[in-house]
Ligand binder design. Structure first.
Ligand code: SIN
Length: 309
């Protein structure tokens, strides 16, 4: 029987507080994905399977979890009994995982990420409703032959390409960085089919993020270059969270030029919530488009990996 596979990775959706009245004092990633599913009456009778891929507070997300997730997704794509995949995730780095999956997935089956802002033990927990929504969205997407990556929570659906966390504590914490949410029947953006294999590469390139701000004099960039030289570890890339539409403090820019002269790839993104940095003819520094700085880091890592092949 075709079923939706729910992959658990942790997050607040699986979080618990010892005192439900003080739900801000909770620990993320405590309940299994099985327990999350059994707490949602709407899911009873729906053909589902669960798999615990990881159990992390997503602030601690990294390649180990992404590798495990890539392996689970690769198997799910090959399993004819799986019609769609739902991933439970923490909200903090959901935009990075979403962006990664959008880059790698080949579009064979729909993948829907969901999360929660309140732990499972809160009297007004949002996780059960979000999980039910994600399964509904995944089932409907599979029925219409959709094969991209989306994020379903708080009653809205976001493209994995656009989504980002936009509020640190509101229940409806995500937006599209200027892009609208997807309608129930809107086709999802085509994922980019980069392939899961690249997740297994070692070592991963090192890409760091620096911010342009008042008095940004490039001290951190020079310190990173000096450290790389002293330790023999290569700094491969830098994402700059720029002011406005990709502008840089002149002193930071001078340091970035020194980094580039040493072979470091530098991309500009924006520290502004909406609009990103769109590429223009004659750009001195490549623009990361609509990606947030954290997403641009993922994209540059993937580009550096593919340049290695
Ligand atoms: C996390 O990202 O794992 C914790 C915070 C959250 O899910 O809201």
């Amino acid at each position: 029987m075709p079923h939706v596979l729910i992959l658990g990775t942790g997050g607040t959706i699986a979080g618990t507080a010892s005192d439900p009245g003080r739900s801000w004092a909770y620990r993320a990633a405590q309940l299994s994905v099985e327990q999350l599913v059994s707490a949602v009456p709407e899911l009873a009778g729906i053909p589902l399977a669960t798999q615990q891929v990881a159990q992390v507070d997503s602030k601690d997300m990294g390649w180990a979890t992404w590798r495990a997730l890539g392996k689970a997704l690769e198997s799910a794509m090959a399993d004819e009994a799986v019609s769609a995949i739902v991933i439970t995730h923490g909200t903090d780095t959901l935009e990075e995982t979403a962006c990664l999956l959008h880059a790698l997935h080949d579009g064979r089956k729909p993948i829907v990420l969901t999360a929660a802002m309140r732990p499972a033990t809160a009297p007004d927990a949002d996780g059960p409703g979000n999980l039910a929504q994600a399964v509904r969205v995944a089932q409907a997407a599979a029925q219409r032959g959709e094969g991209g990556v989306a994020v379903a929570l708080a009653g809205r659906i976001w493209s994995a390409r656009d989504v980002r966390k936009a509020h640190s504590h509101a229940i409806d914490a995500f937006d599209g960085g200027g892009a609208e949410p997807l309608g129930e029947l809107t086709p999802w953006p085509q994922p980019q089919a980069g392939g899961w294999q690249c997740l297994q590469a070692t070592p991963m390139p090192r890409v760091e993020i620096v911010t342009s701000h008042a008095d940004a004099d490039g001290w951190l960039v020079d310190a990173a270059l000096a450290h790389a030289q002293a330790s023999g570890q290569k700094l491969d890339g830098l994402i700059v969270a720029c002011t406005g539409h990709g502008t840089l403090h002149e002193k930071l820019e001078a340091a970035l030029q020194r980094a580039r002269d040493e072979g470091v790839s530098v991309w500009r993104s924006s520290r502004v919530a909406r609009g990103g940095v769109q590429p223009r003819d004659g750009d001195t520094w490549p623009a990361a488009g609509h990606w947030t700085p954290a997403q641009a880091r993922v994209r540059l890592l993937l580009e550096l990996l593919s340049a290695r092949r």
